[in-house]
Design a protein around this ligand. Structure first.
Ligand SMILES: Nc1ncnc2c1ncn2[C@@H]1O[C@H](COP(=O)(O)OP(=O)(O)OP(=O)(O)O)[C@@H](O)[C@H]1O
Ligand SMILES: Nc1nc2c(c(=O)[nH]1)N=C(CO)CN2
Length: 210
């Protein structure tokens, strides 16, 4: 495993790490204050407190707007997550196999969770909303993608951050630019608003009345 620390003492780069690549460096205890698990330092590492993350939301089955609104409400009620900002909804042409149009949007969150814990919460919420995994890029009631986690780069078998598709996807970059245009995508080193200029947004339309 290869890692280094940013100015807050966060592990900043993880490569070839296992699912618990980060938690090898940090231990967990629930006994200190508040409802959230606290990460206690080992080897003199500072305590991990909060991270800012960005998620993409998508749906193209069922009442997508109601599903996405309910997913945001569920995220906001999840211990360890607070909703910071949310974008408008966009009606977008499906990328991938032929399927109905999607409704897409993005949120930014403050989290007191490590990336793997956050992914588990997202997968749980997807299942709660009836998500059944079928074909790759196929239709779904709810898709939650973890786009960014501070300026971390994570390359674990089940989790890549930044999300590898985000740099090319207008249906991600347009809503994300509404709420986080000056966030640097750490693999390209580009601001979200710069990445947005490079993609074709002709199939992404602001949903009226939201
Ligand atoms: N950044 C990430 N956010 C969400 N899931 C991720 C991420 N990186 C890897 N994964 C893995 O991808 C799996 C989800 O695959 P899924 O079926 O949603 O892919 P997809 O939505 O069809 O394609 P894509 O991820 O390109 O949008 C999860 O189980 C998770 O382990
Ligand atoms: N427009 C659009 N196309 C997609 C989307 C999505 O959210 N929006 N998600 C996919 C699988 O993640 C595949 N294709």
């Amino acid at each position: 495993m290869f890692f280094r620390f940013n100015e807050l003492g966060f592990v900043k780069i993880l490569q070839d790490s296992s699912v618990f690549g980060i938690s090898k460096l940090l231990t967990f205890t629930k006994k200190s204050a508040g409802e959230y698990p606290q990460k206690q330092p080992e080897n003199g590492l500072p305590k991990v407190k909060r991270a800012k993350t960005a998620l993409a939301l998508g749906s193209n089955m069922g009442d997508s707007q109601a599903i996405l609104e309910a997913a945001i409400a569920t995220l906001a009620q999840t211990p360890g997550i607070s909703l910071e900002a949310r974008s408008s909804w966009y009606k977008t042409k499906a990328v991938g196999p032929p399927q109905p149009d999607y409704l897409n949007g993005c949120v930014t969150l403050q989290v007191e969770m490590l990336p793997q814990e956050l992914l588990e919460s997202l997968l749980k919420i997807e299942r709660q909303f009836g998500r059944v995994r079928q074909e790759r890029w196929g239709p779904r009631t709810l898709d939650l993608d973890l786009l960014l986690y501070d300026d971390f780069i994570v390359d674990a078998p089940n989790l890549q951050i930044p999300h590898p598709g985000m740099r090319d996807r207008a249906f991600v970059l347009l809503p994300l630019a509404e709420i986080a245009s000056d966030w640097v995508e750490p693999v390209s080193g580009c601001l979200i608003k710069e990445l947005l200029k490079k993609v074709d947004c002709s199939d992404v339309h602001l949903l009226m009345g939201n």
